[in-house]
Ligand binder design. Structure first.
Ligand code: ADP
Length: 211
């Protein structure tokens, strides 16, 4: 991993200390190539459900992956952040850094975050590209009417009732990806079919070997 702190950052007088074991070595131990699969889409689109299914399949195949889930990280690392635009940006920036650490450790990361702003997702992509790490953006696409009907956490109902402010798709925008590596239309594809498409993408990109 390279040092990427920008000029003027509070860490400008901190010197990067390199280790003696490389990511390539760790990947060889694990028999895989590490990278981040970034799921973006409306709340209720199916990001977490599909990531859980992929994690199960990869674990069964002996591959080390780790799920980062927006809701889960907000219980801990990002517990101080809300849902304003600037807090959402910081939420994604921190998460991107965690992805980078995990990828450096050799792990295949499955990150499920609404991540409504294109620029924030692009920053995470740039961070990966700068470190020579794969970043695969997966757009979990669903019409808002379908997500609202599913409403697995009852959040759309609360947003419509005005009990939640700044809810993506209701009173905050969602900016869909321009060039995602994969689109999963979950109103018409099953969880199993979506999971299989992602596993196939991992094969094509060389993160895992043939079935
Ligand atoms: P998100 O993580 O995007 O907020 P969740 O995975 O928490 O979404 O919720 C999606 C809900 O939609 C779940 O209750 C899931 O069972 C349901 N669902 C129905 N059909 C699908 C599908 N084809 N793909 C993914 N989820 C689906």
């Amino acid at each position: 991993m390279s040092k990427t702190d920008g000029e003027g950052s509070s860490s400008e007088n901190v010197v990067w200390h390199s280790g003696e074991v490389s990511r390539t070595e760790r990947e060889a131990m694990l028999g895989q190539r590490a990278g981040t699969v970034w799921f973006t889409g409306l709340s209720g689109s199916g990001k977490s459900t599909i990531a859980v299914e992929i994690e199960r399949r990869l674990a069964t195949a002996g591959r080390l992956c780790y799920r980062l889930d927006g809701d889960n990280l907000r219980h801990g690392l990002n517990g101080d952040l809300g849902f304003t635009e600037s807090d959402r940006t910081e939420n994604i920036r921190r998460t991107g850094e965690v992805c980078r650490l995990l990828v450096d450790a050799g792990v295949i990361v499955l990150a499920s975050f609404v991540s409504p702003f294109r620029a924030d997702r692009e920053s995470v992509r740039d961070m990966h590209v700068a470190a020579g790490m794969p970043f695969l953006e997966v757009y979990v696409e669903v019409p808002i009417e379908v997500a609202e009907q599913r409403d697995p956490k009852g959040l759309y109902r609360k947003a419509r009732a005005g009990e939640i402010r700044g809810f993506t798709g209701i009173d905050q925008p969602y900016e869909s990806p321009d060039r995602p590596e994969l689109v999963l239309p979950t109103a018409s594809s099953s969880v199993e079919a979506s999971a299989e498409s992602v596993v196939e993408l991992l094969r094509v990109q060389g993160l895992i070997g043939p079935a």
